[in-house]
Design a binder for this molecule. Structure first.
Ligand code: ADP
Ligand code: MG
Length: 641
């Protein structure tokens, strides 16, 4: 074959250059354009004539016109074209959106540099794909942040490599630079007690195709312990080998806390029902014991040998009665005598009493809110609650210390309400009772409100003090929280719903007055009580007082007796809870039927049916256990009102 002529060679090279995908521009060291291919002319919308007439300057001018400002001085840089040896790769952005990669390099013949060659390649679609991938990744990151769900990838090829998303870094409390991306680094963060379980779950997923779904604790570098839930799914290769696991991680600490609180609340509810049931039955027996003891005392001469013994029986029954009362308080079944009162007044009054009660080693301080703090509740119960808290505080400060009671009006926001079940957002009146005593452990704090929970020696503690406070606060729609640390003292926080806007019940019953003379009457009393011992006690206690007594063992029997009775019925004395129709229902029927009828409901126990609004001035409550003396006095008060 003949050697090609020079013209043929040049034509071949030019055709080759025209056939390449890239735009190409060749200049010599004097900045003369030696060659430009067809793609170059098209890319910069130039003609061969433009270049023949204007040379490199015409090219650069056109480039400046076509490129957008983001490229700065890239184009104008002169040494790009005159510096014989430099190589340079950069990206040019055009006003019309095109993205061009430019490569400028020396043009060499042998080892001699004779000029510069620039090649241009449209990389728009590649760059745009990368950009949209990046945007996609940013969206995903953002979605993870919003959902608080992080993601991770664990390679199972033996490398132990682990990759985390930004949210995963946040959940673990480890900044991106500080995680070395290995499964060992991950396990370091898993709570030591949970590592085994996490490893086992991973192994079960890989070897036995189990779902990887596990809740475990992690310990962040700052020492805080969080609960996380992790779910993962395996990727296997064509032969079925697990190659990697991809998963999510979610911080569920808050949810776990809520579940704990809910469990705790349900446990207290169950204990409350149990305690309430026991107390209810015990109350009937105690009422009978104390009552008959008192009746017997009335019959015994003051020098009778049996008197001291019967006194003992009565005192024992009263002591037992105080236990059942506290149990009822806990189970929220106590009979409250609620009215609106100023909490500041109660706290101020009780602080004077406490100074004496707690002894000289305990300083009692108060810090009262500068406002009238009206709450709805039974002030007597609240006083008792404060005393219980104060006595505990004293026990926690054997060497003395300080007891501080402070009041305030505080909002409970959504966030707080969400994390402190079952509290609801709103404004509360808050009483804090704080001591500087030995404090208590987390385990103790979890149980302090349970009845009979005590850490004190036998005979010293009953474990009923705080359960009574708990029940009292619950019953008035309030809350109690404890905050304590070993060696750092304890603060109890009592939240009262403000009285404003609440249905105030009928005027509270007048305070008990000691009456010396035995009240007598002539009125007709209808008595309904299913428990024979209590019914007989009531009859015995009232037998000699001049009343006409109609006795019934159930509500239906009472209604039948009332129907058959000619003449007035002045007062209904009924047990609250009876099989069949309750005393409350009986009272409701008879109150309608007899416009002047007064009612006393005997109970150890308030049920939901006995809501405050039902307590009109015609209906009074008598708490079991009661003594015959209480009974007589309350009957007279009810009739004479
Ligand atoms: P009791 O006083 O009869 O033990 P409580 O129900 O009043 O029963 O208290 C239960 C337990 O709660 C106490 O035994 C004690 O362990 C703990 N406790 C209560 N108040 C405090 C306090 N202020 N400081 C430390 N521990 C307390
Ligand atoms: Mg106590």
């Amino acid at each position: 074959m003949d050697r090609p002529t020079l013209e043929e060679t040049i034509a071949l090279l030019e055709a080759t250059l025209d056939a390449t995908h890239d735009a190409i521009l060749v200049v010599d060291l004097k900045r003369r354009v030696i060659h430009s291919n067809r793609q170059f002319l098209e890319m910069f919308r130039l003609t061969r004539e433009d270049i023949d007439a204007g040379g490199l300057d015409a090219v650069l001018r056109r480039m400046s016109e076509e490129l957008d400002d983001r490229n700065g001085t890239l184009v104008a840089t002169q040494d790009l074209w005159t510096d014989p040896a430099s190589r340079r790769l950069d990206v040019l952005r055009f006003k019309d959106g095109r993205i061009i990669e430019r490569y400028v390099a020396p043009h060499q013949i042998g080892s001699r540099v004779v000029g510069r060659v620039a090649s241009f390649r449209d990389v728009g679609s590649t760059v745009r794909t990368a950009e949209s991938l990046e945007q996609h990744r940013a969206f995903l990151e953002q979605a993870q942040t919003v959902a608080h769900i992080g993601s991770w990838v664990a390679e199972l090829d033996g490398s132990g490599n682990v990759g985390w998303s930004a949210e995963t870094h946040r959940i673990f409390g480890v900044p991106a630079g500080q995680f070395d991306g290995t499964s060992e680094a991950f396990f370091e963060l898993v709570h030591t007690d949970d590592r085994e379980a996490v490893r086992a779950a991973g192994a079960a997923a890989i070897e036995r195709d189990r779902a990887f779904d596990i809740e475990h604790r992690i310990v962040r570098p700052d020492g805080s312990v969080r609960w996380v839930q992790e779910c993962g799914s395996l990727q296997r290769d064509a032969t079925g080998n697990a190659v990697r696991m991809i998963g999510t991680v979610q911080d569920i600490t808050e949810r776990r806390q809520l579940e704990d609180q809910l469990r705790q609340a349900q446990k207290m509810e169950a204990i409350g029902r149990l305690a309430g049931g026991i107390a209810h039955d015990l109350n009937n027996a105690l009422t009978t014991m104390a009552g008959y003891a008192e009746l017997a005392l009335g019959e015994l001469q003051s020098d009778h040998v049996a008197r001291a013994d019967v006194e003992e029986i009565r005192r024992a029954a009263e002591r037992a009665g105080s236990v059942t009362r506290q149990l009822l308080a806990f189970s929220r079944k106590q009979l409250l005598q609620p009215r609106v009162f100023n909490l500041n007044g109660t706290v101020a009054a009780i602080s004077r009493l406490l100074s004496r009660l707690l002894g000289p080693d305990v300083r009692v301080q108060t810090a009262l809110a500068d406002a009238q703090l009206d709450v709805l509740g039974d002030p007597g119960q609240i006083e008792q609650a404060i005393i219980n808290l104060a006595v505990n505080a004293r026990d926690a400060m054997p060497a003395g210390g300080q007891l501080t009671m402070s009041t305030a009006i505080e909002p409970v926001d959504d966030e707080y309400a969400r994390t402190h079940l079952p509290i609801t957002p709103g404004t509360f009146i808050v009483l804090r009772v704080a001591d500087t005593g030995h404090g208590m452990s987390r385990e103790t704090q979890a149980r302090v409100f349970e009845p009979f929970f005590t850490t004190k020696d036998a005979g010293k503690g009953t474990g009923l003090g705080l359960s009574m406070v708990y029940g009292t606060m619950k019953q008035i729609g309030g809350f109690i929280f404890v905050d304590s640390e070993l060696g750092r003292g304890t603060t109890f926080r009592l939240l009262f719903p403000p009285a404003a806007g609440q249905e105030a019940p009928a005027e509270g019953l007048p305070p008990a007055q000691a009456r010396t003379e035995r009240p007598r009457g002539h009125e007709t009393l209808l008595i309904a009580e299913d428990e024979p011992a209590v019914r007989n006690l009531v009859a015995s206690a009232l037998r000699n007082d001049g009343y006409k007594l109609l006795l019934a063992a159930s509500a239906d029997e009472a209604l039948a007796i009332a129907d058959a009775h000619r003449g007035a019925i002045d007062l209904l004395l009924t047990d609250a809870m009876m099989p069949g129709r309750t005393g409350v229902e009986l009272a409701a029927i008879l109150v309608d039927r007899y416009p002047h009828l007064r009612v006393i409901i005997m109970s150890g126990y308030t049920e939901e049916t006995l809501s405050l609004s039902e307590r009109t001035t015609r209906v009074a409550m008598l708490q079991k256990p009661f003594t015959p003396r209480d009974l007589r006095r309350r009957i007279r008060e009810a009739i004479d009102r």
